[in-house]
Design a binder for this molecule. Structure first.
Ligand SMILES: *[C@@H]1O[C@H](CO)[C@@H](O)[C@H](O)[C@H]1NC(C)=O
Length: 344
């Protein structure tokens, strides 16, 4: 093959694709960003393009940024924003329990995106942190508190010595992708999107609900139209850690032959996958709602939102999902339809 042709083919294959081989720790965040991208309104796609020029408006790539900056020391202050240590283990996370934690970080960066006081650059950083932290808070061991979130706990997964934290960060997904999706992250992500539009569609309204009234919160400036409820998400993760993640470990920790790649994987993979799905959808809902709230002018896109465009984000998203489900009654949901359809 001609050099330039092969280079182009090679680049085309590389674009938007995270190789399982060198993308290990990043696969969870990549998928939440990818799922979110598919669920943006057209106005939100413009907004994201404006705020993330260095990532070409691509949420999947931008979702990795907050881990990439850990290589230097400039952002050391942000390390503690990736997780929360529950004040009381195995109980719900109370309102206003911390600012320097993943819950506080999600509120801080949501309110920065809503405020006219910050520059485009500051909002770029806010968006990159926000989409990453929403992913983190859905990983049970980022809301566990025990043994530094399992990072200090040595386990064996498919013959490899690792930590319990790493198993939940990426090794479960890596195994699922290898086992069931011929090592293609894109195929897996597409499968998850189809699941969202079919199996999970009846649950979506409950995923958007917040149990704490915004008026109770320190960040009461965030309008209730923005479906941001990190306490609820952290509570689900904290309880999942106590009920699903840790008990099998406690039972088997003295058995050096215990390999988490077997029954443990089978028992927890659905829960891990649910976290990715919920994080992806919630990232999109929040960005869509922010764009609707601030209007495109302030969002920097340079055009007023018309009255027709200000349709309820929820009813729009809901009817889109219904239409996919209706189609799927007859045939399998057409992947191309999912790609092109947007949450309107
Ligand atoms: C909010 O984020 C900004 C920018 O990253 C940071 O400087 C500030 O300390 C944060 N506020 C709180 C309360 O954490």
């Amino acid at each position: 093959m001609h050099f330039w042709t092969s280079l182009l083919v090679w680049m085309a294959l590389g674009v938007g694709f995270v190789s399982v081989v060198d993308g290990y720790g990043r696969v969870g965040h990549w998928m939440t960003g990818w799922l979110a991208q598919q669920c943006l309104t057209s106005e939100a796609i413009e907004y994201v393009r404006y705020l993330l020029p260095h990532h070409n408006g691509n949420l999947a790539k931008a979702a990795l940024w907050a881990d990439e900056i850990k290589h230097g020391h400039t952002y050391d202050w942000a390390d503690r924003l990736h997780y929360i240590n529950p004040p009381v283990p195995c109980t719900p996370i109370p309102a206003n329990s911390c600012t320097q934690c993943v819950v506080g970080g999600i509120y801080n960066y949501t309110s920065r995106l809503l405020s006219p006081e910050y520059t485009r650059e500051e909002k770029e950083e806010a968006l990159k942190f926000l989409i990453h932290f929403i992913g983190d808070v859905h990983q049970p061991l980022h809301a566990s508190g025990r043994n530094a979130g399992g990072t200090e706990v040595k386990v064996v997964f498919d013959g490899r010595v690792t930590s319990l934290h790493e198993v939940w960060d990426y090794m479960l997904f890596e195994k699922r992708i290898r086992k069931d999706f011929s090592s293609s992250v894109n195929t897996y992500a597409t499968h998850l999107l189809t699941e969202l539009a079919t199996t999970w569609s009846p649950s979506l309204p409950s995923w958007a609900r917040c149990s704490l009234p915004k008026t109770l919160l320190l960040h009461s400036s965030i309008p209730s139209s923005i479906p941001v409820c990190p306490e609820d998400w952290a509570t689900h993760s904290a309880l999942t850690a106590c009920e699903v993640v840790w008990p099998p470990y406690d039972q088997h920790k003295d058995n050096s032959k215990w390999d988490l790649g077997r029954e443990y994987y089978d028992n927890v993979i659905d829960e891990a996958e649910l976290g990715v799905l919920q994080a992806g959808v919630r990232i999109a809902w929040i960005i869509n709602a922010i764009v609707r709230e601030v209007g495109e002018d302030q969002a920097g896109v340079g055009r007023e939102v018309t009255a027709e465009e200000v349709v309820s984000w929820w009813s729009g998203a809901w009817s889109w999902v219904r239409s996919l489900v209706d189609q799927s009654d007859e045939t399998d949901v057409e992947v191309t339809k999912i790609y092109s359809a947007k949450w309107r």
